[in-house]
Design a protein around this ligand. Structure first.
Ligand code: ITT
Length: 199
């Protein structure tokens, strides 16, 4: 079995990636590896930030036969010119909680009519393969921003994002349902294809 080391401090994200990849790979977290570092995400794109995350772990795994995988994700709202975008984790300020960010988004969009509430959820996965090659892939799904919280499932902006294709809010889905069709699921499928070819 091949090993993937996840370059994320976000346990909610790690759980989703483990659920999606766990049957085919041994999926380890930074904690499993005893890596306790703060990674500064100062890139100007999802791809740049995803690469920053995986590159930060590279010195800890020299000579180990594994894949480092990280993702950078965000919600891009049409009427906010793509905000919060790459700043999704810090939308309501440094150290903002999921609730702080959701409250701010609802407030910003309080007067936006239904037909202008379009948005996209985006994930870019970056990987460093055992031979040092870097690969990136993107998952993007369209949807719209709800007028109020819908459901209590998931994490982050899940209670506010209505997935276009299914017509359902991420927050109302079970973990398994979200992991079948989410932006992260789309990116993971592409990553899986890359890994199938190279491993
Ligand atoms: P790492 O960088 O350690 O992976 P992070 O939380 O900072 O963790 P991101 O910058 O990629 O990760 O994520 C930005 C924010 O977007 C995140 O904190 C959540 O609020 C939100 N987010 C990411 N993926 C999400 C998802 O699947 N559903 C809902 N919200 C999500």
């Amino acid at each position: 079995m091949r090993t993937i080391l996840l370059a994320t401090a976000n346990q909610d994200k790690a759980k989703e990636l483990k659920a999606m990849l766990g049957a085919d790979f041994e999926v380890l977290t930074m904690k499993d590896f005893g890596i306790d570092i703060d990674i500064i995400e100062d890139g100007l794109s999802y791809e740049a930030n995803a690469l920053i995350k995986v590159r930060a772990l590279q010195p800890y795994v020299i000579g180990k036969d594994l894949v480092i995988m990280g993702d950078d994700s965000g919600l891009s709202v049409d009427c906010l010119n793509g905000a919060p975008g790459i700043y999704s984790a810090r939308y309501a300020g440094d150290n903002a909680s999921y609730t702080d960010n959701n409250k701010k988004l609802l407030k910003e969009m309080a007067d936006v009519p239904e037909d202008q509430r379009g948005a996209a959820f985006i994930t870019v996965i970056a990987m460093i393969l055992a031979d040092g090659q870097e690969r990136c892939c993107e998952g993007l799904v369209r949807g719209k921003i709800a007028f109020d919280y819908c459901g209590a499932g998931g994490f982050g902006y899940d209670p506010l994002f209505i997935h276009e294709e299914s017509g359902r809010c991420y927050g109302e889905m079970t973990k398994a349902e979200k992991n079948q069709l989410s932006h992260r699921a789309v990116a993971v499928e592409k990553a899986r294809e890359i890994l199938k070819q190279v491993l």
